[in-house]
Structure formats: structure tokens, C-alpha cells
Design a protein around this ligand. Structure first.
Ligand SMILES: NC(=O)c1ccc[n+]([C@@H]2O[C@H](COP(=O)([O-])OP(=O)(O)OC[C@H]3O[C@@H](n4cnc5c(N)ncnc54)[C@H](O)[C@@H]3O)[C@@H](O)[C@H]2O)c1
Length: 336
């Protein structure tokens, strides 16, 4: 099946937003992508960055470089609690919000309702503030998981949203909340939709870890790498600093209410990925084959045509990004 037509951003008016000299709130900003975004916000001249993160998997150490670069305030608090956000907005005159708080996809297998609720409630709390005029603009982080398995490839922004987990269902609901508040209340919000990210600072601890840090950690701690299913399932892996630069570039121009994929337009099979990690780390031992997880999407090959039509998007070659990532974990786990 081919992609439906009419996904041409040149047909929409261009919005202009900036983070320069702006006070920015990042929900989930002590997490993996959020902390890299905070670093990049200072590169682009943000006047202050306020982070709310309940440290569910986030880590204050992820903000060490940011503290050296500019004025960062970390609130160890829960963005699902409306009064926690009220208190922050009372203390700081926020201009722009990046909504990145979430509980990892794997959490939805153990606490499906809360994985859903976090994604929806945080978005609604922010949108309620925004419609009352508390802050000017919001960039909401969606996920490729909203698409489910590909109905057509590469998946563009018009691909049907078929979530296969409550995590993804909550992300779809949050996307739709953003779209409907734009529609109903004319708030200025847009949506970036990254595909699978990898890079330094991603949580490595099971059961919520991403596949690259999890595999590296297993190898460094004399464990055995694992593959779920036959390993032919594919993902579009984006290096985290490419994602945050693209998100900020897209935020500057993406029309209100629009969404854009952030992806490389390449796919890597999980078995191939595990092989590359093992080869880089010199691991020649056994690889455990576990049953496929029922809700795993089979294929994630994304179109980044819209992104490339909006911004200059430079992709770190996968082997280079993987090497940087594994070197970072090596430093962290074995200190050399
Ligand atoms: N990592 C990926 O591959 C990927 C891919 C697509 C989209 N995304 C999206 O990007 C965003 C950031 O993801 P990430 O990979 O950095 O995840 P992450 O888990 O590293 O970061 C999320 C942060 O949110 C915090 N958090 C959770 N619940 C919270 C709450 N109620 N209040 C305040 N903070 C809370 C966590 O402690 C964590 O630091 C998310 O919206 C995610 O859906 C990530």
C-alpha cells in the first residue's frame, strides 16, 4: 500500500518560534532525551531551564553538564499532579514548554493503567495551563509507537495510529489532546515524533531499559545478551543529539497543531543490532533467544521526508553513533 497524499508542509503557514532568551520548562528533563535537550537549549541561548522530573528513571547526574552551561532548576516532582505544575508556574515565568515526561514503554506491561495515565495526565495538565495563557508555546514529544506495526512503509505522519500497548495508547491520546486544544482554544503547540533513540544516558536497568544499554550492560556485567522473537523486527534508530537538534529546529518552524517524524529513514533488524554490539565489545559468547513479546511492533521504517522539507537534518551514521554510545557505557560501567 502506498502512503496517502497531502502531507506537504509547504501547504501550511510557517510558524516562527525561538528558545533564545526564553525561560523553558522541560517535563522529564532529567531523563535520556530530555537531558540532552536541556544541554541543547543552552547552546541556543535559553535564559533559564526548569525541569520537573519525578526521577522515575531520570537521574540528576544527567544534568551535570547543563548546570555548568546555564541556569537550571530541577524540581523532583510529579507532573501528573496539577498543583506541582501550578507551583512551578508560580515561581518561574515560563515562555516555552517541552513535554517529555513519560514512563518507559516496558512499564506498561506491569502497570498498564499508570503508563497510560502518565502520558495523558501530564499533557492535559500542561494544556490546561496553556489555554489559560500561563505560557506561550509547547513542543510535545510523541513517539513512533503511536503508529503500531507498519501498514505501509516508510511510515509518514499520515500513517494510521494503531497503538499496541497502553503506553502507546496514552501517547496517542496525548497527541490528540494537543491537536484538540489547538483546534478548540487556539493554543500554540506542535508535536515531534521521534523513532527509537539511542545514545549516552539512556536508562540501562531492566525491566525498563532500552535494547542498546541493556545489551551493553549485560555484556559488561558477564550476563548474556537476549533477543526477543526471531530478531527480524526492525527499528529506525536515531542518535539522541540528532533528535534534540531536529526537535528544536522543527519547533522553530512547525505549524501549530502539526506533527513531524524524527527518524533516519533507515531500519536496523534487532538481531543485526545485537551482533554489532557484540562485535564492538568483543563478546563471542551465547545469545539467549526469548519468545517474542505479543505487543512488539514488527517493523518501524519511518519517512523523514516532512522533517527534511522543514529543516536541514544531519544524521549521525549508525555505526558511529553506536560506537560513541558503547564507549560512554564502557566508561560508565568499567571506567576505561
Ligand atoms: N527513547 C526513545 O527511543 C523515544 C522514542 C520516541 C519517543 N520518545 C519520547 O521522548 C520523550 C523522552 O523519552 P526518554 O527516552 O528520554 O525517556 P526517559 O524515561 O529517559 O525520560 C522520561 C522522564 O520522565 C520522567 N517522568 C516519568 N513520569 C513522570 C512524572 N509523572 N512527572 C515528572 N517526570 C516524570 C522520568 O523520570 C524520566 O526522567 C518521551 O515523551 C518519549 O515518549 C522516546
Amino acid at each position: 500500500m502506498t502512503a496517502p497524499a497531502n502531507n506537504d508542509p509547504s501547504t501550511f503557514p510557517r510558524a516562527i518560534r525561538s528558545v533564545q532568551n526564553q525561560a523553558v520548562l522541560v517535563t522529564g528533563g532529567a531523563g535520556f532525551i530530555g537531558s540532552h535537550l536541556v544541554d541543547e537549549l543552552f547552546v541556543r541561548g535559553a535564559s533559564e531551564v526548569v525541569v520537573i522530573d519525578n526521577l522515575f528513571v531520570g537521574n540528576p547526574d544527567n544534568l551535570t553538564e547543563a548546570h555548568a552551561a546555564g541556569k537550571v532548576t530541577l524540581y523532583r516532582d510529579d507532573a501528573e499532579i496539577a498543583t506541582s505544575l501550578d507551583a512551578i508556574f508560580d515561581q518561574h515565568d515560563i515562555d516555552v514548554v517541552f513535554n517529555m515526561a513519560t514512563k518507559a514503554l516496558n512499564y506498561s506491561f506491569t502497570n498498564p493503567a499508570n503508563a497510560f495515565a502518565t502520558n495523558v495526565t501530564v499533557a492535559l495538565n500542561l494544556l490546561e495551563h496553556q489555554r489559560r495563557g500561563t505560557f506561550a508555546s509547547m513542543c510535545h514529544f510523541s513517539t513512533s509507537e503511536v503508529y503500531g506495526s507498519a501498514v505501509y512503509e516508510p511510515m509518514d505522519e499520515l500513517h494510521p495510529r494503531h497503538p499496541t500497548t497502553t503506553y502507546a495508547a496514552g501517547k496517542v491520546a496525548a497527541d490528540m489532546a494537543v491537536e484538540s486544544y489547538v483546534n478548540m482554544f487556539d493554543v500554540d503547540a506542535c508535536i515531534v515524533r521521534p523513532f527509537n533513540n539511542y545514545g549516552p544516558r539512556q536508562n540501562h536497568l531492566p525491566p525498563l531499559a532500552g535494547i542498546i544499554p541493556l545489551t551493553a550492560h549485560r555484556i559488561f556485567t558477564s550476563g548474556t545478551p537476549e533477543i526477543h522473537g526471531d530478531g527480524t523486527q526492525t527499528r529506525d534508530f536515531v542518535f539522541v543529539t540528532d533528535t534534540v537538534r531536529a526537535a528544536l529546529d522543527a519547533f522553530a518552524v512547525l505549524p501549530t497543531g502539526e506533527s513531524v517524524n524524527i527518524s533516519t529513514d533507515n531500519e536496523v533488524a534487532v538481531a543485526d543490532l545485537i551482533e554489532r554490539i557484540c562485535a564492538y565489545l568483543g563478546y563471542t559468547g551465547e545469545i539467549l533467544h526469548q519468545p517474542a513479546r505479543s505487543a512488539d511492533v514488527a517493523c518501524h521504517h519511518a519517512s523523514n521526508e516532512k522533517l527534511r522539507s522543514l529543516i536541514d537534518f544531519n544524521v549521525t551514521p549508525f555505526d558511529e553513533g553506536l560506537a560513541q554510545t558503547l564507549d560512554w557505557y564502557q566508561q560508565r560501567f568499567v571506567g576505561s
